[in-house]
Design a protein around this ligand. Structure first.
Ligand SMILES: [Zn+2]
Length: 289
């Protein structure tokens, strides 16, 4: 069995353009590394992918990745990149990622382009779950850079480059008991699911936190059981500029909404409101982003 660390960068519909249904993100860069410490992770796959649907790079994506539309003009179309990736992966492999998002995005892109997805293994591993539970005793979201710091591993390569992230993930594979992680993976997944928001509303462009508190869109949630709109009460103050509010479904009972505002480097504030089951609130602090 070959273990392949795998990372994607993706574009989103630029401002003013609606996302295509059931597509969402369009892959613009693929990085993958065969985990083999003996070779120093020398067997690598990299592709810049020229987007077909969202041909302008969303500003936030450029700010995060540094990937520009002109760089992608030299990229290959997604079907070519996918075919090459499939051939490079070979038979009998598993993807290992740093988050649970990359493999579903790959599948959605394959479907959108009408390509076979049967070669993508059903089972894949989110190393972030294995790493944090083994190292910290509980699930905690963290960046690759933070995990490398925790392990005192140098990481001179820039973040949010698919190849660099795949390489860092490969390095971190060697810091955990990976065999144990795979054998007990269901436990790690259950740990990660505890205290995770059921759903999240995000907002940005607020001048002050009070503007975010007044934004009704952040308070709009539906019951995860029946899909009915939840009745959300007034915000209550928590330490700092955090707020929480009780939420209720007439049929399915109590939930809780937690709001967090953060200043943005370019000025103003952004906000994240998460819907939680009330008994899980103790875990939400750490898990939020
Ligand atoms: Zn309900």
């Amino acid at each position: 069995m070959t273990y392949i660390t795998f990372d994607l960068e993706w574009n989103q519909p630029p401002r003013g353009m609606r996302p295509l249904p059931e597509f969402g993100e369009e892959i613009i860069q693929i990085g993958a590394v065969k985990v083999d410490a003996a070779t120093g992770h020398a067997d690598r796959f990299r592709a810049d992918v020229r987007p077909q649907y969202y041909t302008q790079i969303k500003k936030e994506v450029f700010q995060l990745t540094g990937i520009s539309a002109s760089q992608l003009e030299n990229g290959v179309p997604f079907p070519v990149a996918a075919q090459k990736l499939r051939a490079w992966c070979g038979e009998d492999f598993r993807f290992v990622t740093w988050s649970h998002e990359d493999v579903p995005v790959l599948r959605r892109n394959l479907r959108q382009f009408g390509l076979d997805e049967s070669w993508v293994p059903e089972v894949s591993y989110d190393l972030q779950k294995i790493f944090s539970v083994q190292k910290l005793g509980k699930y905690q979201q963290m960046s690759l850079a933070k995990a490398m710091d925790l392990e005192n591993l140098p990481h001179p390569l820039s973040d949010h480059d698919a190849m660099h992230d795949a390489l860092h993930t490969a390095c971190l594979c060697e810091t955990v008991d990976f065999a144990k992680g795979m054998a007990e993976y269901a436990f790690y997944e259950a740990e990660a699911a505890r205290g995770q928001a059921i759903s999240v509303n995000k907002g940005q462009g607020y001048k002050t936190p009070e503007d975010a508190h007044a934004d009704g869109a952040l308070r709009r949630f539906v019951c995860p059981e029946c899909g009915q709109p939840l009745q959300v009460g007034e915000w209550q103050k928590l330490p700092g500029i955090k707020r929480k509010a009780a939420a209720r479904c007439p049929q399915h009972g109590a939930f809780e909404v937690r709001l967090r505002c953060q200043p943005v480097r370019t000025g103003g504030f952004k906000a994240r409101a998460g819907l939680y089951r009330p008994e899980e609130k103790a875990e939400t602090e750490q898990a939020a982003e």
